[in-house]
Design a protein around this ligand. Structure first.
Ligand SMILES: Nc1ncnc2c1ncn2[C@@H]1O[C@H](COP(=O)(O)OP(=O)(O)OP(=O)(O)O)[C@@H](O)[C@H]1O
Ligand SMILES: [Mg+2]
Length: 228
């Protein structure tokens, strides 16, 4: 955590949530994670082990029950909602398995709205540049339903990178794509992270994909271990 090169420093992070019977359920247990700037790390592990939950803590969407979380030099552990929103806009890009595009907005609008929310100026030019970077400028006025799955994911990647985030969190980004399209999406993700010097945290069930990152971690029953 005190290593200045760490862009993610997580210490003894635990997350309990309320289960259906009103009892606390332990979701994450004393997680420690240090990631250096520019590193790429994958997290594998069985369904329900807590991978997405950890991602929600790193992106400041969910609050930890205990422990400390420091991202890009900011201790976000006790940030309020406004502080977290500003922190996210500045530092975090996210790509999901289900693309999560806004269906009533075109590709271009999906990207520019996220830039606006993050407080950027010159959003139209930045949105266009980002759509160009994923090769989708010809589809920019299409709505998500007028795009293929791979194209929708490329829009989601354009949206995630448009703000030039320090950290990109990708949660099963190829989970809903056929293997050929998945491969192209992975190549795009990796080339953009290298191009922008982005730190990548990649959640995946795909061992081959996990092996492409510089470090692989395993989540099991809410406990994170290195892949020793
Ligand atoms: N709001 C909630 N309240 C209580 N328990 C929850 C809540 N959300 C998730 N959980 C539980 O937390 C555990 C971890 O879920 P999480 O989504 O982090 O798993 P995951 O590793 O991402 O799984 P998958 O590979 O299937 O996506 C699961 O057992 C789930 O049932
Ligand atoms: Mg998940």
């Amino acid at each position: 955590m005190r290593d200045v090169n760490n862009i993610i420093g997580i210490e003894n992070l635990s997350l309990n949530l309320l289960g259906p019977n009103g009892k606390q359920v332990s979701i994450l247990h004393n997680v420690n994670l240090n990631v250096q700037a520019g590193e790429s790390v994958s997290i594998v592990g069985p369904s329900g082990s807590g991978k997405t939950s950890l991602m929600m803590l790193i992106s400041g969407v969910e609050k930890a029950t205990s422990g400390q979380i420091e991202i890009a030099g900011q201790d976000i552990t006790h940030y309020n909602e406004d502080q977290l929103a500003a922190f996210r806009g500045e530092n975090i890009g996210v790509v999901f398995q289900n693309f999560h595009l806004i269906p009533t907005m075109t590709a271009f609008e999906n990207v520019s709205v996220s830039l606006e929310l993050a407080g950027h100026t010159d959003t139209e030019q930045k949105a266009l540049d980002s759509l160009k970077a994923v090769g989708l400028e010809k589809r920019m006025h299409h709505y998500p339903e007028q795009l293929s799955g791979g194209e929708q994911q490329r829009v989601a990647i354009a949206r995630a990178f448009a703000t030039h985030p320090k950290i990109l969190l990708a949660d099963e980004p190829t989970g809903n794509l056929d293997s050929e399209t998945g491969k192209l999406i992975v190549e795009l993700l990796f080339s953009l992270t290298v191009q922008y010097g982005t730190t990548l945290v990649l959640i995946t069930h795909d061992e081959k994909l996990a092996n492409k990152t510089s470090r692989k971690l395993v989540m099991k029953d809410g406990v994170l271990n290195s892949d020793a």
